[in-house]
Design a protein around this ligand. Sequence first.
Ligand SMILES: [Zn+2]
Length: 292
Amino acid sequence: MPVILGALGAIGACVGSFLNVVAYRLPRACMSVVRPASRCPRCQTPIAAYDNVPVLAWFWLRGKCRRCRLPISFRYPAVEMFTAGLFVLVAMWTVGPLGRDAFLSPRAGQAWIEWGVGALVTGGLLALSLIDFDHYILPDEITKTGIIIGPLLAFAAPRFQHGSPFVRVLDSAHEWAPRVNALASGIAGAAVASALLYGVGWLGSKIFKKEAMGFGDVKMIAAMGGLLGLWALLALAVASILGAVIGLSARGFQRNRYIPFGPFLAAGMWLVMWFGPELLHGWLTLFARGRA
Ligand SMILES: [Zn+2]
């Protein structure tokens, strides 16, 4: 168990380190994500491999460049630790107890595929959140890729539609029904979500004469629909509530800062991936009480 846990944590920390690079370079169009090796932004010294170890390097460098002592933001190791934690959590939800059975049970293969999908989506959502937070953009490289691979991920891991795909191509008795229906729901979900939001955005811009929601947000929600089907609309609802609550309380601290919506969408999607039915139930209960 400690071996699996350590391995997952290490994978998560390395992915987190890559996400830091993506978040820094992707919005800077002239930079490739893979090359060149990272350099100190002030003294331009390339960062040696031993100073690039996720999480740990920040601590033995005491948060400063080895050569010119330029402070390195604590955000880098924080993102790495956060990603590591989420990867472990995702494994506990998809695979279950991380003991011997993690590889031996008859369901282990599918469970690890679900872990892979969960981890990939977690990474994508983190990258989008960081970039939107820093630059107020949601890059096409991630959102459009999400729209394309979303339905394929739904095929690989139908569980993220919680047993209720909204398009049913195959009868549920069919062996391939869960996967094929999830795939179809993903394609339809991406189309419906984007058409709906594009329409609302267009109408909003005509009525209020300004953009209520950026087109990047619409593409991100379409990508969410690609994996979640219509569950993406619940994710949008959760994101709106989180945005309203946190956005209003944050405004008290940072008055003039525009708060991007991407991180809330990411949180909404992530919560619906794991707790969709519970959140829907809570939502319906609240709604029923409001009407009583
Ligand atoms: Zn330096």
